[in-house]
Design a protein around this ligand. Structure first.
Ligand SMILES: [Fe+2]
Length: 229
């Protein structure tokens, strides 16, 4: 009898409750926060991951839920709700970009004990870099110039252009990401939160140092995947 009552209550709760699930979570890191030292400090990685990236995760989840809620009542007051959808969509653009860009950023980094900084000139990516840029050093200089050219906050990307079948360097502002025919292979964060605690205003030093912990195996894997897509 008691069991039966509980069962009825459970069914009633299930029928009236909207269960919210967390749609996006932080990606798992394959190394400890301090493992990229001395190039990127453990303190920076910890704050960058647990505070900044978490903010984009939360913002994406919250604003996606708001969008769904607004969309469900669009017909009740179309113009007013459309304005609200427009505003929420801009929040989704910002936070989804932050979420996506940082997921790639973490995957693009590895301690030297796990191959960070090791570039294979003989790999398909290595051969493409030599063909297009002459050497890895030339490519790094061009990306560093892109990073230095970001005024305020933004990102630099090494991409594969599926239409021209070539590598392309792109910089974006805020949390804008690359889409369409551009497949991002490598993302480097030029926001101050990525370096300021260690490098202060010497961001060029950060842009040089990060090459010591770039996970080229991941970049090469993404390049080879993009060739067959
Ligand atoms: Fe960041």
């Amino acid at each position: 009898m008691f069991k039966s009552v509980l069962s009825k209550q459970s069914r009633a709760i299930a029928a009236t409750t909207t269960f919210k699930r967390t749609k996006v979570t932080l990606p798992e890191l394959k190394w400890d926060f301090g493992a990229l030292e001395p190039f990127i400090s453990g303190q920076i990685n910890k704050i960058h991951y647990t505070k900044h990236h978490q903010t984009y995760v939360n913002g994406l989840n919250t604003n996606t839920e708001k969008f769904e809620e607004l969309y469900s009542k669009l017909d009740t007051d179309p113009v007013k709700i459309a304005q609200q959808l427009h505003a929420v969509q801009q929040q989704i653009k910002f936070h989804s970009g932050g979420y996506i860009n940082h997921c790639l950023f973490w995957a693009n980094l590895a301690p030297q004990s796990q191959g960070g900084g090791e570039f294979s000139a003989q790999s398909p990516l290595g051969k493409k870099v030599t063909e297009q840029f002459g050497s890895l050093e030339n490519l790094q200089s061009l990306i560093n110039a892109k990073l230095a050219g970001v005024q305020g906050v933004g990102w630099a990307f090494l991409c594969y252009n599926k239409d021209s079948k070539s590598l392309e360097l792109i910089s974006t502002y805020n949390q804008d990401t690359v889409i369409g025919n551009l497949k991002p292979l490598l993302a480097i964060d030029a926001w101050e939160h990525a370096y300021y605690l260690q490098y202060q205003n010497r961001k060029v030093e950060y842009f040089k140092a990060i090459w010591n912990v770039i996970n080229w195996a991941e970049v090469a894997k993404r390049y080879e995947e993009s060739l067959v897509l």
